[in-house]
Design a protein. Structure first.
Length: 230
């Protein structure tokens, strides 16, 4: 099966680059870093493109698409890691879900437990041993005949956080059968896009805002784009 990893040129995915950093709009279904598969990851392709070593600052689930930021040196990596640790980086996502949320805006707070060997997260509304707190804010942006479009801002960044927390309120992401979607997408993607990322440049201190539009070739994303929601 052909996936987005096998199509397009990586130069077309570049959102931002300078001597310190480079950011790509990762296609859905492409691994961010090497995994058990044989195809090259975004990290592999990024190093080929830049002809230099890159340092992964944050992760994005393989089936999701959108912004992935890399550092070009260890100083930039340390500076951005500190920003992520302090939660001063603003991360906003778009999610196409199968059902309307219980309210148009809301804050979700759960305790997440990563299941060893299953690559899946379970959650609880009360603290459990080995659990980490997960908080996100969501807003209903629009709807179509079959789907609903949410913007999601992460307060914390946990394994499969958005996928698990939205599923917990009955809002399974389109294509995400691991968390309750009715059917998978043909290319094994899910309709979750890392849409906006705001951070401070590690040298200049300038506030940088990156925006990664979802794939225009996808009819569901295209329909919401045509309605002016992003």
């Amino acid at each position: 099966m052909e996936t987005p990893a096998a199509t397009g040129a990586i130069g077309d995915w570049v959102l931002y680059k300078n001597n310190q950093l480079i950011a790509f709009n990762k296609p859905p279904a492409l691994p961010t870093q090497p995994d058990k598969g044989e195809e090259k990851s975004l990290l592999d392709l990024g190093e080929i493109y830049t002809k230099s070593k890159l340092y992964l600052i944050h992760r994005l689930d393989r089936p999701a698409g959108g912004i992935v930021l890399f550092a070009k040196n260890k100083n930039a990596l340390a500076h951005l890691n500190q920003q992520f640790s302090k939660r001063s980086v603003r991360k906003q996502y778009l999610a196409v879900v199968q059902a309307a949320p219980p309210a148009e805006t809301g804050t979700l707070q759960h305790w997440l437990v990563k299941k060893p060997g299953q690559n899946k997260t379970t959650l609880s509304e009360v603290f459990q041993e080995n659990a980490t707190e997960a908080i996100l804010k969501y807003q209903l942006l629009g709807k179509s005949d079959r789907y609903f479009l949410l913007s999601v801002e992460l307060v914390t960044g946990r394994h499969h956080q958005i996928r698990a927390q939205l599923a917990a309120i009955g809002c399974c992401i389109k294509g995400d059968v691991k968390y309750g979607a009715r059917r998978s997408n043909p290319d094994r993607s899910i309709h979750l896009q890392a849409w906006q990322l705001e951070f401070q440049h590690p040298v200049s201190g300038e506030q940088v805002t990156l925006v990664a539009p979802p794939p225009a070739s996808d009819p569901v994303w295209a329909a919401f784009s045509q309605q002016g929601f992003f």
